[in-house]
Design a protein around this ligand. Structure first.
Ligand code: NDP
Length: 392
């Protein structure tokens, strides 16, 4: 029986609220707070059990502290934007409440996400006896846990990992992003980066690609990108010789993105327009469909998984573990697309494991540092079943 405060009423936040509402025995009271109260009310109206809603500017620590003191939650789940991670962690520290999120901090004026800023909070959370769990979405999140589970059960050492994220769904829009457009486009237009033999190597954006035959989907072209879980996995799994992240994109998406980039619409620096300063990417976000509105027309499947190579008892071993998710089934269940669903379900199980003490500790943790067994045992029942393949 716990009170949970969920911050952020977007695509992912909607899934988190729906899923928490399904598990009343764990989440007996739910408070949803976000910048725009109407978005909280809209999600509330979709539910069959009552929740509380509140308006909050999560960039403002003192507003957050007042809200947390007012509703006294047992845990804060942050599914606002990465820009709010530090203010929400500050508020949790001040009020003595554990913290969980799905994406690492990124400064608003620089497209450079990294765990370093949140790792700096470790001693402060430790001194207060509080737990903060970072990156408990799907990727990062489940992908990290897949790797921790493989290491615990099947490998003595993991040497090579390819994390592969395929969305083969069709939403019917000419161009839309599956999660927050600003965050998504900043991530996709950044230079690629991967880790090999003790070094970080960079590539031009989306310049390295190859085909992979995804289960239940078929062959798709996937593109090498930098993704935040690479940073924490290299730190926590020292036997890694190489780790890369790949994501599929349709040609339609890539063509739109190339044009938008060429004309300057993905810039994040302010430009002067008719006497006002605007950030082109923020303006573009205002024109694009809200990710939370993509569910209704979405069809097709996603497959996200990890291809892992290493050694067990001195012999080489290859292992693939993945989840398949269906856009239409997600919409039917929680009115969201499969991207929001895959990101929104894991924090709900992560929250449960924190609240019942299965995951415990004082300080700041990435999910691969926590016991993967209870998470893997239950994530299927929470809606994200997994399949493992042992490759000869
Ligand atoms: P959305 O843009 O759909 O939702 C973000 C929500 O946060 C919006 O409701 C927004 O309010 C609210 N918000 C933004 N700024 C503030 C603020 N200052 N104060 C209060 N609320 C605020 O994004 P998504 O739901 O797609 O993504 C949410 C998070 O999930 C992001 O951090 C994203 O990176 C992460 N994510 C993680 C994934 C994973 O697998 N690990 C995958 C996908 C996403 P308003 O509507 O008023 O703007």
């Amino acid at each position: 029986m716990s009170r949970v405060l969920i911050i952020g009423a977007g695509g992912v936040g909607g899934v988190v609220v729906h899923k928490c509402a399904q598990f009343q025995e764990v989440f007996s009271e739910i408070i949803l707070a976000s910048r725009t109260l109407e978005k909280c009310e809209k999600i509330k109206s979709q539910l069959t059990r009552p929740i509380q809603t509140a308006q909050v500017d999560a960039d403002n620590t003192s507003e957050l502290v007042s809200l947390i003191r007012k509703v006294s939650p047992d845990l804060v789940i942050n599914v606002a934007l990465p820009y709010q991670d530090l203010t929400i962690m500050d508020a949790c520290l001040e009020t003595g409440v554990p913290y969980l999120d799905t994406a690492c901090y990124e400064p608003p004026n620089e497209a450079k996400y990294s765990h370093v800023w949140q790792w700096e909070y470790h001693d402060r959370f430790k001194d207060k006896g509080l737990m903060a769990v970072l990156g408990c979405g799907f990727d990062p999140g489940v992908t990290n846990i897949y790797i921790a589970y493989a290491l615990k059960n099947y490998f003595d050492e993991i040497h090579f990992v390819d994390i592969m994220d395929c969305n083969a769904g069709q939403h019917g829009f000419a161009f839309a992003t599956n999660f927050n457009p600003e965050i998504n486009i900043r991530e996709v237009t950044a230079r690629g980066k991967y880790y090999e033999n003790g070094q970080w190597l960079e590539t031009d954006p989306l310049s390295v690609h190859k085909s992979f035959d995804f289960p239940e989907i078929g062959p798709k072209e996937m593109y090498l990108m930098y993704h935040e879980e690479l940073e924490s996995l290299v730190k926590h799994i020292p036997s890694l010789k190489r780790i890369r992240f790949w994501m599929t994109f349709s040609q339609e998406y890539l063509t739109h993105l190339r044009v938008l980039r060429n004309v300057g619409m993905t810039r994040i620096d302010p430009v002067s327009f008719q006497g006002v300063e605007i950030v082109p990417l923020q303006f573009l976000k205002a024109l694009l469909p809200e990710p939370s509105s993509l569910g209704e027309t979405y069809e097709g499947k996603t497959c996200i998984g990890c291809m892992i190579e290493g050694i067990k008892d001195g012999k080489p071993k290859n292992y693939f573990v993945y989840n398949i998710c269906d856009h239409r089934a997600c919409y039917k269940e929680v009115r969201a697309n499969a991207i929001s669903y895959t990101a929104g379900v894991p924090p709900v199980l992560g929250a449960k494991l924190m609240l019942n003490g299965t995951w415990s500790g004082a300080g700041v943790f990435n999910v691969e540092q926590l016991d993967p067994t209870p998470f893997m045992a239950e994530i299927g029942q929470y809606g994200l079943p997994w399949t493992e393949v042992f490759i000869d």
